[in-house]
Design a protein around this ligand. Structure first.
Ligand SMILES: [Zn+2]
Ligand SMILES: [Zn+2]
Length: 332
């Protein structure tokens, strides 16, 4: 099969012919139709993830099951599936025994089996989720990281009816977060550093798009504040500065920050009894909820579509923050 292989960090990915994967017990082989690209792929490219080279990245993969390993019982050849980042726990730790394999410290991922920028991908049966009928591969791909992360962040914030959500940063995650929060009946405002994204926010379902100036927390407070801030930006500085825009008992859920978070404004946390939480892919039910909302037409990813051959150009676009709002690579 043909695959885009990372052979060196910070270097273009190389298209190579590599051996076709063979499904072992509990595994399947998926013929990849589409695979979205995430900022995490840039972090892999830069060496921020502990991967062994050479490796094939790609953690928003969707396609068709073409081979079943021994003992696979829930999937059939021809099933349309996507593969999650975290596919299978080792089964015996407290988290696995509690039914939370995604929190297992030894969970199997694309880093163990190879990712989706290839013709074929090996996956654990338990890591595959069936795609609803009628949902395109291109749209479905976006559910597997951007959608999943955003929905888990939203659910982790424990939203109540009537609450107001601020989505901080509108990229792959943020543009999904706006739509997901709107789809479950919450009022959403967007806070972004890009005027074009603030303008676009209403088209995604937000009631207002706010351009973050020197004091994004004040800008949010003046626009009515928020009970929940879903921070999808990678800027720790922006996350720290937006806290003062939270209402009483507000929750900030961060999904994108990779650097240290320095909070000057502890008084907001103390007197408004606010909390800060981190979140990533959580319950698989969050992913299924995204796929269901997409299939019903309530949530529509905004996608730039590319051929798999363009993977290096797409990587540069993602790195430069130029994508509106998710790039999806297509096979065939
Ligand atoms: Zn991702
Ligand atoms: Zn475990």
């Amino acid at each position: 099969m043909r695959a885009a292989v990372i052979t060196r960090l910070n270097s273009p990915w190389e298209f190579q012919q590599v051996a076709d994967p063979v499904a072992g017990p509990g595994q399947v082989v998926v013929r990849i139709h589409a695979c979205g690209m995430c900022f995490s792929d840039v972090l892999v490219h830069r060496g921020h993830w502990p991967v062994q080279l050479p490796i094939v990245a790609g953690h928003e993969p969707v396609g068709e099951v073409v081979q079943l390993g021994p003992g696979v019982t829930t999937l059939r050849v021809g099933d349309r599936v996507g593969v999650s980042w975290m596919q299978r726990g080792e089964g015996r730790c407290l988290q696995c025994q509690s039914g939370r394999p995604v929190r297992c410290e030894h969970t199997q991922t694309w880093m163990d089996l190879g990712g989706g920028y290839a013709d074929l991908m090996l996956a654990w049966e338990t890591g595959c989720t069936l795609l609803p009928e009628g949902l395109s591969y291109t749209d479905a791909a976006v559910a597997f990281c951007a959608g999943f992360t955003s929905m888990s962040g939203l659910r982790n914030a424990d939203p109540k009816p009537g609450e107001r959500v601020c989505v901080l940063g509108v990229g792959g995650l943020g543009h999904m977060a706006v739509q997901l929060a709107t789809a479950i009946g919450l009022e959403v405002v967007v806070l972004t550093t890009s005027p074009d994204k603030a303008d676009y926010a209403k088209q995604l379902g937000a009631v207002e798009g706010i351009v973050a100036g020197d004091d994004p927390g004040k800008a949010l407070a003046e626009a009515g504040g928020a009970d929940i801030i879903l921070a999808t930006t990678t800027s720790a500085d922006l996350v720290a500065k937006v806290l003062s825009g939270l209402r009483y008992a507000g929750r900030l859920v961060t999904m994108g920050v990779t650097g240290p978070l320095k909070i000057d404004d502890m008084m907001t946390l103390l007197f408004k009894q606010c909390s800060i939480k981190g979140s990533t892919h959580n319950n698989r039910s969050d992913l299924v909820e995204v796929l269901t909302l997409m299939a019903s037409g309530k949530v529509r990813p905004v996608v730039e579509s590319y051929a798999m051959d363009e993977v290096n150009e797409v990587l540069k676009r993602v790195e430069a923050g130029q994508v509106r709002y998710r790039a999806v690579l297509q096979n065939g």
